[in-house]
Design a protein around this ligand. Structure first.
Ligand code: TGC
Length: 414
């Protein structure tokens, strides 16, 4: 098969543990059973299947790389392989796992109190409770420091006001992690608050009149919280992204995530999601490659299979070489992550490379499929359209180039 021939070229399988292969094979089976039979139609109808939450939870995939509190505690490479398989199905499915596991759950796991962790994480790991992560605002996502959403003290609790945009899952979520600037004079670390014991130094800045970014766990049923799916998307049609309005949303003191103060709070979660994309985007590329390779031996032009022509062989050779180089980089970054040595600029390197190459692969595979390549009979146009979103969210290509540029030159170009 095309799949076996792609694998044999570099034989990455030999670099994986039995446990990692087991996770990968389970995710592959999951996608065959729960995603591939309906995804072309879901995409065309712009239908998001919310039952995926339970199904992904049953598979143990939600927050699988987190430890304790009902999470599987799998390694980074196993998690990456699962992202790869899910995105072989559709970027929207991997995005679901990323928003739930890498963003919402990891915010609570990294920055929450044990009480908050026990309250939310087991249900989220099971897919019974859906989470979202409200960071980006309508004026743009690249500069979260410019956010205008505010949190102000009122009695023992907080009042949140503002707008967020492109928030995955928000309209189906039970809970939102909302990032907001504490307004001057609102003390996030007053004695007796849950923040007092664990808050990092920036909380003191907020208390002293600064405007530290803090995270809040907000049940979406709270009055004043509304989420409206964004219509008219020509990408990521089988998933849901929303406009969110926070209009005087009142939450109790224990909604505050005690361990996060400043933008490093949400950025530490973005690191997790970006890492998943390093593997995931190549899963989308892989689906395109398999479709194009299969077709290259069955589609005849000028009397023989198109795969028998030198131009096509040059294409597939270059595409698979790029795919496998990306997989080796992903694996290397995964091993660094497992060793606790993965730096943000390294994640940027992987995210930039994987998404950029996956897009090139999708576009080139389309040419091998000829006109049929633009139909829903093949997954290629769907993946190509999805990857336009993936190159934009979790840091655009340009943001990652600038993160890498800063690491190389020591000069900040933002
Ligand atoms: P700066 O403002 O100076 O730094 C703020 C603090 O953050 C720290 N930091 C990081 N910490 C951990 N991991 C990272 N990757 C970090 N990057 C920055 C930094 O050390 C500093 O800490 P401290 O303690 O000194 O306060 O920001 P910067 O100059 O470091 O970064 C600028 C830039 C452009 C790289 C950053 O703003 C950035 O990454 N922008 C892109 C943001 C982005 O990815 N937005 C898209 C989010 S996707 C989304 O919201 C949708 S979720 C998916 C869905 O819902 O479907």
């Amino acid at each position: 098969t095309a799949a076996a021939r792609i694998d044999e070229l570099i034989a990455i399988d030999a670099l994986l543990t039995d446990e990692e292969r087991t996770w990968r094979d389970r995710a592959r089976g999951f996608v065959r059973e729960h995603v591939l039979p309906t995804i072309a139609d879901d995409y065309e109808q712009a239908r998001f299947r919310v039952e995926l939450a339970h199904e992904l939870g049953d598979g143990g995939f939600l927050g699988m790389h987190l430890s304790g509190f009902g999470c599987a505690g799998a390694g980074a490479v196993a998690y990456g392989l699962v992202c790869h398989e899910l995105e072989f199905g559709d970027s929207g499915v991997r995005t679901f796992a990323s928003v739930q596991g890498s963003l919402a759950m990891s915010a609570i796991r990294k920055h929450g109190s044990d009480e908050q962790r026990w309250k939310w994480l087991p249900g989220m790991a099971a897919g019974e409770t859906i989470g979202c992560f409200a960071l980006t605002e309508p004026q743009g996502g690249s500069d979260p420091a410019a956010m205008t959403t505010t949190a102000r003290r009122e009695g023992d609790g907080w009042v949140l006001d503002g707008r967020k945009r492109w928030i995955g899952l928000a309209s189906v979520a039970d809970v939102a992690i909302v990032w907001a600037k504490v307004v001057d004079g609102s003390d996030a670390s007053e004695p007796g608050s849950s923040a007092a014991a664990a808050a990092p130094p920036a909380a003191a800045a907020a208390a002293a009149g600064g405007s530290a970014v803090r995270g809040f766990i907000v049940p979406t049923s709270t009055p004043g919280f509304t989420a409206t799916p964004i219509a008219g998307k020509l990408s990521m049609r089988a998933s849901v992204q929303c406009d969110v309005v926070l209009d005087g949303v009142r939450v109790a003191a224990d909604a505050l995530l005690p361990g996060a103060s400043g933008l490093s709070g949400p950025f530490s979660c973005l690191n997790e999601a970006r890492y998943g994309i390093v593997w995931g985007a190549l899963g989308a590329a892989r689906a395109c490659l398999e479709a194009a390779l299969d077709r290259s031996v069955s589609r005849e032009v000028f009397g023989r299979p198109i795969g028998g022509y030198q131009l096509t062989q040059a294409k597939v050779a270059d595409l698979v070489v790029e795919y496998q180089k990306g997989m080796l980089l992903a694996l290397h970054l995964g091993r660094l992550k497992e060793a606790g040595r993965l730096a943000p600029a390294q994640i940027s390197t992987g995210k930039l490379n994987s998404v950029r190459e996956a897009l090139r692969i999708a576009h080139e595979c389309r040419t091998i499929l000829g006109g049929d390549g633009i139909t829903a009979e093949f997954p290629v146009m769907r993946h190509a359209a999805n990857l336009e979103s993936v190159r934009t969210y979790e840091g655009t290509d340009e943001i990652h180039q600038l993160v890498i540029g800063r690491a190389l030159t020591g000069l900040n170009a933002f």
